[in-house]
Design a protein around this ligand. Structure first.
Ligand code: UGA
Length: 458
């Protein structure tokens, strides 16, 4: 049975939905696949829709098209209940009353601005199937002003449907946990008070478990909700670049950025999280989001307000160049023809995502500058080989390190942190390591006879 969104199901005392909703999720990538499986886990009936038949086939088989801890289990459990289905047929959305838009908003080629073509296509694809009382819920990260524009399209297609903006804050590698137990929920509502009230009831029914757990809910307007997301990512990027700027200072002054981060992090107003100095941020979110934010600020005539993000971006990109320089320094002035092992290809551990990966950027720079680079990663080699066919990838640390004159740790996978420096010393030609993530136990590596260097440390 289809539930009208304006008849939002009441919440029973237990917090379980008295009347589960039928939900469509358009876009089954990192965000959408996790969101679809998580909504099914909350007891709703979910139809995942994507134009990519390969992705849909793989999700139907219960195999996530990317690596995300916990997702395979969630897909299997919920497919077995019959609550979670996947299709390429957009018309399947007819059965649902709540429609999540979870497609990507990458950076436009050659520009800083966000490319909204997938969001526009997802909404356009949904419009013919909207019914009275339906709720369209945008989760993608979009430039401020987008929701207002899309709301007009929704109203034109079905005046009794409502659009809300409900940004997602999940981290890759922790996406399931972040979706099921979010730090907060943000509801960006239309100006019409009755529609906003009804939409709030439906969203509370969708997220009944988080609501029961008294997760803070910020109910606001479209523009604020859109801005919350990019502001949060800009803040996180700024925090990382701040500590990396301190790392530059530490290198110049002979100080230690990890101790500095610990010391300032004890101040509760500052906090230690996101103060890990090293190779900086990458991935499909932080870099493109701060650039799209600057572009949008320019369009709004307030570019000066975000000029600092240019510096945040520049500090971040400088770390990648510094890593190559440090390697050159370690190898006595030249990397040409030198064997270098690179541990890590993913932009962060527990992910196979290589979008704007700092590790692969460094590997490519070194390879172009004449070094013989062998890259390994526990999960990302498939994606990396496809994107970077000119780089050489190997399956294991031992293969990468065999005969290497220098080892670079560029993605801090747990298994790399657990490496035995005594054993690895037998494999390499010279026991030199640069810790690009300040994640290894420097004392243990030095005690095993390695020359240990790191960004931002003596
Ligand atoms: C980021 C945000 O953390 C999420 O809240 C947001 O929802 C998401 O973007 C998004 O917009 O969808 P994510 O890109 O998955 O999540 O990864 P983060 O954990 O934020 O890490 C981003 C990058 O910063 C990684 O390359 C990581 O290695 C780097 N980083 C992180 C540091 O260099 N130092 C730190 O202290 C922390």
């Amino acid at each position: 049975m289809t539930t009208s969104s304006l008849d939002a199901p009441d919440q029973p005392a237990s917090g379980a939905p008295r009347q589960p909703l039928t939900i469509s999720v358009t876009g089954c990538g990192y965000l959408g696949a996790v969101h679809a499986a998580s909504m099914a886990a909350l007891g709703h009936r979910v139809i995942g829709i994507d134009v990519d038949a390969g992705k849909i086939d793989s999700l139907r088989r219960g195999e996530p098209p990317f690596f995300e801890p916990g997702l395979a289990e969630l897909l299997a459990d919920n497919a077995a209940t019959g609550r979670l289905t996947f299709t390429t047929d957009a018309s399947a959305a007819t059965e649902a009353s709540v429609h999540f838009i979870c497609v990507g908003t990458p950076q436009k080629r050659g520009e800083n601005a966000a490319d909204l073509r997938f969001v526009d296509a997802a909404v356009a694809g949904l419009l013919p199937y909207l019914k009275a009382g339906d709720l369209v819920v945008g989760k993608s990260t979009v430039p401020v002003g987008t929701a207002q524009r899309l709301a007009a399209l929704v109203a034109e297609a079905e005046p009794r449907a409502t659009l809300v903006w409900n940004p997602e804050f999940l981290r890759e590698g922790k996406a399931v946990q972040d979706t099921l137990q979010p730090d907060r929920l943000v509801y960006g509502m239309p100006g019409d008070a009755a529609a906003a009230r009804a939409a709030e009831g439906v969203l509370n029914a969708v997220y009944h478990q988080a609501i029961k757990a008294e997760t803070p809910v910020v109910v606001t307007d479209y523009a604020t909700a859109e801005l919350v997301k990019v502001a949060a990512n800009s803040f996180l990027a700024t925090k990382i670049s701040f500590i990396n700027a301190m790392a530059e200072l530490c290198e110049a002054a002979g100080a230690d950025v990890t101790q500095l981060a610990d010391a300032i992090g004890y101040d509760k107003r500052i906090g230690r999280q996101f103060l890990n100095a090293g190779l900086g941020f990458g991935g499909g979110c932080l870099p493109k989001d701060i650039r799209a934010f600057m572009a949008r600020a320019g369009e709004l005539g307030v570019d000066q307000a975000l000029t600092f993000l240019k510096e945040v971006d520049a500090i971040n990109m400088r770390r990648r160049v510094r890593m190559v320089d440090l390697a050159r320094e370690e190898l006595g002035g030249s990397i040409v023809g030198r064997r270098i092992a690179i541990l890590g290809a993913a932009f962060k551990p527990d992910s196979d995502d290589i979008r704007d990966s700092p590790a692969l950027n460094v590997a490519a720079q070194m390879s172009l500058q004449g070094a013989q680079v062998l890259v390994t990663d526990p999960r990302a080699i498939g994606n990396a080989t496809e994107k970077w066919p000119d780089l050489k990838f190997v399956e294991t640390v031992e293969e990468a390190a065999y005969g290497a004159e220098l080892v670079l740790l560029l993605t801090e996978w747990a298994e790399y942190l657990a490496l035995d420096p005594v054993a690895l010393k037998q494999t390499v030609a010279s026991a030199r390591i640069i810790d690009g993530r300040n994640a290894l136990d420097a004392k243990a590596w030095r005690a095993a006879g390695w020359t240990y260097r790191a960004l931002g440390r003596r």
